[in-house]
Design a protein around this ligand. Structure first.
Ligand code: AMP
Length: 227
């Protein structure tokens, strides 16, 4: 499996990438996690990219491309979560894959309205002790996790709007890019977690049929896929 997940922040890419990686054995490459780990380690690269991350800006293409390529080394199967986010990144990925004689199986696009995403992201809190991510109303911390609970700088309201604007401007056009390659699978990110996972796995099994059901279920689980 070689797939990439495109979608706005809060659409559930991270949750689905973890589940798909568990189900298939593919390596989960999450660029946001790579960026945060580098910052936490306090490396020179981490110091260079910290401001971009904190402001919700995209890290420059050449930096993120080399981070991803490094992480993909030696993996035959992978799920790219949060990469590519610009046309230049998509072209760099295509060039690298072309040189290696392979190509992606699918680009999975997660779709959800901005207002739901803002609600999901602004309520997101991480336990400083356990590292578990909760949602203030949708998935509140249990009694046995005493916190403290912190909000990521880039989840603060002004930064969320900024990140969504960047998504629409820089990343959303990649849906056309991959549709032209006949690789695009569109999924309704408001469906329950299991439904989204099943939809993606079924679509990948039927590579000949690239049509993914997009009907909404009767009851939407607004927090099911928050990540
Ligand atoms: P995320 O957790 O996926 O929202 O990523 C957190 C931050 O990492 C983003 O706001 C960017 O600063 C940086 N980042 C992650 N992926 C990319 C990418 N593909 N291109 C540029 N910057 C990225």
């Amino acid at each position: 499996m070689k797939i990439l997940l495109i979608g706005p922040q809060g659409a559930g890419k991270g949750t689905q990438a973890q589940r798909l990686a568990r189900a298939t054995g593919a390596r989960h490459v999450a660029t946001g996690d790579l960026v945060r780990a580098e910052i936490k380690a306090g490396t020179p690269l981490g110091r260079t990219i910290k401001d971009y991350n904190d402001r919700g800006e995209l890290v420059p293409d050449d930096i993120i491309v080399s981070m991803v390529m490094e992480r993909m080394k030696g993996a035959g199967c992978w799920i790219l979560d949060g990469f590519p986010r610009t046309r230049a990144q998509a072209q760099a990925l295509d060039a690298a894959l072309g040189a290696a004689g392979c190509e992606i199986d699918a680009a999975v696009a997660f779709e959800a309205p901005d207002d739901v995403l803002v609600e999901r992201l602004s309520g997101r809190r991480t336990s400083e002790v356990t590292g578990v991510i909760y949602h203030l109303t949708g998935n509140p911390p249990p009694a046995d996790d005493p916190g403290p609970f912190v909000q990521r700088d880039d989840d603060k309201p002004a930064n969320i709007q900024h990140r969504l604007a960047i998504y629409h401007r820089e990343t959303e056009p990649l849906k056309d890019y991959y549709a032209r390659q006949d690789k695009l699978l569109r999924v309704d990110a408001l469906q329950p977690i299991d439904t989204v996972t099943g939809t993606i796995l079924r679509a990948l099994e039927n590579q000949g049929d690239q049509t993914v059901p997009t009907e909404l279920p009767q009851t939407r689980d607004r927090y099911a896929a928050a990540s």
